[in-house]
Structures are given as C-alpha cells and as structure tokens.
Ligand binder design. Structure first.
Ligand SMILES: Nc1ncnc2c1ncn2[C@@H]1O[C@H](COP(=O)(O)OP(=O)(O)OP(=O)(O)O)[C@@H](O)[C@H]1O
Length: 690
C-alpha cells in the first residue's frame, strides 16, 4: 500500500483532493448559512413553538459547524459500478468521499457522504477477498487539520498485496490529550459488524483490554441514531459506564459525531431516588447476597404479601339505597387480578373499578340505568376506597426494603426457602434504622428499592441501551439495566478477565439472562489497538490465573522498547524512582498516567508535588500544559494514557480482598498504555510476572 507524500503542483492527486476539501468546506459553510438565515417569524404562531423550533435550528447550526481539527472527510471510495446498478448496462463507476457528516453542493449533489450511509459501508468492510464492487479505497492522512497524505488500496487488482494500514497505526499512536476521540476513520471490519448490527437485536461483546469495545459501543449508538432517527428520538438512548470519571472521559465522542442527545449514566444514577442518599456501604458478603438474583423472588413475594383475602362484605351507600358486594365476590376479583401479569400498582388501580362494576350490575338488576359516571363515582366512594386500602394497600418500595433489612421475621417469611439462614443474617442491618430518611442506604440497597419499585409500577423503557464494563455488575444490577430496555435492545460490552467486584460476571449467558436478553448475539473482539504487543504479552501472563480459557489479545502494533520493568533495591527509594519515571515520560508527547494502589495515592501525590510535578485526577481533562494524571488503581478501568508509570504491582494486588481480584485489578492497570509502560517495584512481583 503506497503512502504518498505531499506534492506541490496543482494537478497532482493530493492537490485535487485538497481542492475537494476546500470546496466541501465552502459547501458546508453555505449549508450553515442557509440554516442561519431561516426566518421563523411567519411559521410559528405561538412563542412556545418558536422556542422549540429555534432550539432545533440552533442544534442544526451546531451540527453543521466546521471544526478546524476534525477532517471533513477521511476516505474515498471508487465504485466499479454505480451502487445498486451493478447489473444495469452501461452503469458507470462513481466516486464518494466518506466523512463524519453529509455535505452537499448548491444543486444538492453529495460532496461528502455520512460514514453511516449504506454507500459508505464498503469503506469499512471491503477487502481483497471481498472487494464489494470497490476499485479504489483511499484513506486520507491529516496533520493539524491539513490534508497531507493518502493511502490507496486497489481492491479489485489481484496483483496488489493486502497490507496493514500505516495511517491506522499513526492514528492510534497520535499523542492523546483531552477526552476520548472517535475512530470513524479507522473502524475495523469486525468492529463495523457490531457497529452496524440491527436495532432489533441485542449484542454482547467480549473483548480484552483495548480491543475497542467502548469505541464500538459509542459508534453503534451514532449508527443507530442515523439509521433509526425518528424511532430513537421518541424512545431515547442511554450509555451506561462504571463511574463519573469514565463518563467524563468518553462524553465528547458522540457530540463529535454530531449526536448531542444521548444520555450517559452510571448504574448508581439509574437507581437513584430523590430524597435517598447513599451513605452506607456493605461488607462484600452482604453485597453479594443483596446483588443475587434470588433477591428478586424475595422482593416479589414481599410485595405480593400485602394483598389480603377479603373476609367482610362491602356495603356501598348511594342516596337512600345500599348495595352489598359479598366477600366471596371480592375474593374472586382479587384472585383474578393476582393471576394477571400486571404490576402491583396497576392491579391496585383496577380493583375499585371492578368493585364499582359489581355494584352497577346490582343497580341494573334493580331496574336502575346507571352510566359510566355512576361507575366512576362508586369507584371513588369512601367505603370502596377503604376496602381497597385494606385488601390491596399501597406499597412504598423504600419502606418495604427497610422492613426486609430490619425485621428478621418479615424477611424470613419471604426468604424462607429462597435464602439460607446465614444469607438472611447477612442482609439484616446490625442495628435497624427507624425510617427511610434516617437509614444508611448502600448502593446495593438502592438497586433492591429499584426492583421493588418496578414490581409496583413498570419502569420506563428506552429504545437502546449501551452497557459498558458490564462484567462488574451484579445480577440485580443487570436486572435494573434490563428494565430500562425491556421494549428496546441493548449492547453489552465487557471483559470477563477485568471483573473486579465480588459478584463479577462469570459467563455472558448468565448475565444476559439476568438482563432479560437471553437471545443476544455474543461477539468476540480479539485484535488489540491500544496496548503494544510486548506489553499485552506481559499482562497476558496473568490470564491463566484470572480467567482461564480466555484467549489473549493479539495486538495490531509492534512498538519495540514499550515495556520496562525495573526493581528498586530499597523500598525507601521507590517514590523517588517513580517521580523520575514520570519526569522521563513527560519528555514524550501525550498523556501520562501514574497508576498506583489506592492506598499509595496520598504519598505519591505529595512526592509529585515536592518534585514540582503538578498532576490531575481521573475525570479532570488533560491539556497540553497538564498531561500527568495520578490514577488510583480502582479508577483505572476503561481509561488510557500514552505512557503509563505503574507503581508497586504487589500493592495493587494486596489492595483487593482476594488474590484473584488483586491480579485482575493489576491486569487492568497493566493494560492502560498506548506507547509505553514502566513498572517499578520494590516488593516481589506476582509469580507470573517475575
Ligand atoms: N479501529 C480503531 N481505530 C483506531 N483506534 C482504535 C480502533 N479501535 C480501538 N481504537 C483505540 O484503541 C483504544 C482502546 O479502545 P477502547 O477504549 O474502546 O477499548 P476497550 O476494549 O473498551 O478497552 P478496555 O477493556 O480497556 O476498557 C482507544 O484509544 C481507541 O480509540
């Protein structure tokens, strides 16, 4: 694949491509000016409409912005025939520029095609083996917004050998500062299959560190929004990530792809309830029981237990007449409602109407002619209300969970053959709290409350949910996410080897069952983009003990000298050695992450300060002036840095409750570097790494 250097004459290919870039930019400017010139005074009769319309116009203007450092197009396809006209006689080949958004000229002819359009697909999928009617695929290289190079593949020319793209390698190694970037220009075929898979099906992606799971999930949202804009605008999309700093890191990717409406949240955000703060923590064993799927059964039984069997007849007085509904008839209504697959709250709302209907039947039998208004009035009658409150009382989800966690008898009643006695003990608070307000709720408790709330009232479901770093969710958390996409689909992304919670996912089949998407297609990504070969090979030595059976990632990049593991003779010298390694790394361009056991963070922060090296925390944006982030091991997941300095691996392992979790945490930390990893230790390394 020949890479072409810039040339100066105007009629050379690069010159022509630059001319097309200039023309496309002016076309984009014209499109923006057209929108800016829209006068909505005549079309909006009222001010509410005017505000809505103006907001839409402002969004459109924003979406049409020409960002100086984001190339307007990054590829070109030459079709052998006009797309769709392969069989038409005399059909001529056509040429398309592929970019982040659609740009057309004054006549409406396309100058740049959106990467998500069907015509663009061969840019990502075509190969020598399957050229997909493409004669030429051209990739463009940019330097600081300038088109400076291109790379050609003649896919239909059997003489030309297939090769790995240099531009892809350069793109990955381009120094990082600021938030995560998009990968539209270089999405790989196996990634594209996931990005473009249909909206109706759910997908689960297992992939080792740096295989592009997060990138693929985000691009999939952008693709789905393009392909199903109207439907998803109505139903909504959501990206779920492990914590705030991670969400902050990825938050610019979708806006850069022109998608401004996608919401982001952590699982804790999803189950948050107004007035209930998380102020408590659980011991690991308790959290495991609280996160166990069997809790759903306990909660369901506890909610249903509120319904009581009617034993008294009901007397409704209207005017001078009294109407009697016998107990057995009330009982039949209750039984019928219990059999139906509706929420506790919906059944509770239906009961007064059933009772009123029974009264109406009696009125008719007595020769009256009551209408619907009479039925409504009877349903609201005080005696009916009182009976319903008795038979089918309202259930307040937080109060119910409060009672389960405080009252051993109430818990035993509903958990008897579901949880063991020991498990029940683990659930109970050592000292019960008096009220919902004073209780020290833990994150796992709020998930239980969320489950109870869904038993009472159906949770609103979205059109599509992307769940990243899924391997750390408990079964009850999967259920909480699943509730939010019952009528939509999900993209589940994760790596079993990176699970660091006590309830970490053991198998994707199990997880998908909890999510309520057992039919999801399981895909695997094995090509690694982030971590250089030498570094991933070193980290993969941990795989047999942390996730036997998982294949190591095969890195697409060979970067000689990217790994340095060094022992520091004296423990007292470790901090100084780490600071020196940070200073060395800062000599390179790009971002630096110093990753250390959480307990080591205060000491290292001080050492950096004393050495005059200012640093950021995860979640704070790196800039070209401040490029060093001090990262506690517990927050490293999902993040990446051009250069990583790893402090005392043994301390990272020891920071976790058991060895396997410790080694998994270390595996995460060892796989954050794009260009170089320096690991420094004074304590012995874990056996597999020694
Ligand atoms: N096709 C690609 N072209 C260019 N860069 C890519 C491509 N795929 C992935 N990358 C880059 O590789 C890095 C890792 O990607 P990403 O964070 O999505 O991986 P991940 O599988 O989610 O990793 P982890 O398991 O560590 O969270 C990112 O910098 C991403 O931009």
């Amino acid at each position: 694949m020949p890479a072409h250097a810039p040339e100066t004459t105007h009629d050379d290919p690069l010159g022509r491509e630059r001319a097309h870039l200039t023309a496309s930019r002016s076309a984009l400017r014209a499109m923006r000016e057209d929108v800016e010139a829209l006068d909505i005074r005549d079309v909006t009769a009222n001010w509410v409409n005017a505000i809505v319309l103006q907001a839409q116009i402002d969004d459109r203007i924003k979406a049409l912005a020409d960002l100086a450092h984001t190339p307007l197009f990054f590829g070109r396809l030459n079709y052998l025939h006009a797309p769709g006209a392969e069989l038409a006689e005399g059909a001529e080949g056509e040429q398309f520029y592929i970019g982040r958004r659609h740009v057309h000229d004054a006549d409406g002819d396309p100058m740049v095609i959106d990467w998500r359009a069907p015509v663009s697909q061969p840019f990502y999928r075509a190969s020598k083996k399957d050229p997909q009617d493409i004669s030429l695929r051209r990739r463009f290289g940019y330097t600081g917004g300038e088109l400076t190079a291109y790379e050609d593949e003649h896919l239909s020319d059997p003489a030309e050998a297939a090769a790995v793209s240099k531009l892809l390698q350069q793109e990955i190694e381009r120094p990082r500062v600021g938030p995560m970037r998009d990968i539209v220009a270089t999405i790989q075929p196996e990634q594209d299959e996931i990005v473009r898979s249909g909206l109706s099906g759910s997908v689960c992606v297992q992939g080792g560190p740096g295989t592009g799971k997060t990138a693929v999930g985000l691009h999939r949202v952008a693709y789905l929004l393009y392909a199903h804009r109207d439907r998803l605008a109505r139903t909504g999309t959501l990206v779920i990530g492990p914590n705030r700093s991670f969400l902050h890191y990825i938050e610019q990717v979708l806006p850069a792809l022109g998608e401004l409406e996608v919401k982001q949240a952590t699982v804790d955000d999803l189950v948050a309830r107004p007035g209930l703060e998380v102020r408590g923590t659980d011991a690991a064993e308790s959290a495991v029981v609280k996160g166990d799927a069997r809790m759903a059964e306990v909660l369901s039984r506890a909610v249903r237990s509120h319904v009581s069997r009617p034993t008294e007849p009901l007397m409704v007085v209207r005017g001078s007449r009294r109407w009697r509904v016998p107990a057995y008839e009330l009982e039949e209504m209750v039984e019928e409602l219990q059999k139906r697959d509706i929420r506790y709250g919906a059944a509770r709302e239906a009961l007064p109407q059933r009772i009123a209907h029974a009264v109406l039947v009696r009125m008719e039998q007595a020769g009256e002619a009551p209408d619907d208004r009479v039925q409504d009035a009877v349903a609201r009658n005080a005696a009916v209300k009182a009976a319903v409150k008795e038979i089918w009382p309202p259930v307040e989800p937080a109060k119910l969970v409060l009672r389960l966690l405080s009252d051993p008898e109430f818990l035993a009643l509903h958990a008897a053959d579901v949880l063991t006695e020991d498990e029940q003990k683990l659930l109970l608070w050592p000292k019960p709290f008096r009220s919902v307000k004073s209780a020290k709720w833990s994150a796992a408790d709020l998930v239980l409350i969320d489950e109870a709330a869904d038993l009472v009232e159906r949770t609103h479901s979205l059109g599509h949910v992307v769940l990243d770093e899924a391997q750390d969710l408990s079964p009850m958390q999967y259920r909480a996410v699943g509730r939010r996409c019952t009528t939509g689909s999900a993209t589940v992304l994760g790596d079993l080897a990176q699970g660091t919670t006590p309830w970490a996912t053991r198998s994707w089949d199990e997880a998908l069952a909890h999510l309520g998407k057992p039919q999801a297609v399981l895909e695997e990504l094995t090509a690694g983009f982030r971590v250089p070969r030498e570094v991933i090979a070193y980290a993969s030595r941990l795989l047999p003990s942390i996730s036997p059976g998982l294949a190591p990632v095969s890195s697409v990049r060979e970067t000689p000298g990217s790994l340095r593991v060094a022992a520091v003779a004296e423990a007292a010298g470790l901090d100084a050695a780490v600071v020196a390694a940070c200073r060395d790394s800062l000599a390179h361009e790009g971002s630096i992450g110093l990753i250390a056991a959480d307990a080591r963070i205060p000491v290292l922060a001080e050492a950096l300060l004393a050495a005059g090296l200012p640093h950021l925390s995860p979640g704070e944006e790196t800039t070209s002036e401040s490029r060093l982030t001090l990262v506690p091991a517990s927050l490293a997941k999902g993040l990446e840095y051009d250069y990583v300095v790893l402090d005392e691996p043994a301390a990272i392992v020891d920071g976790e409750p058991d060895e396997r979790t410790g080694l998994r945490r270390l595996y995460v930390c060892l796989t954050r570097a794009v260009s170089g990893l320096t690991a420094l230790h004074s304590a012995p390394l874990p056996v597999a790494l020694a």
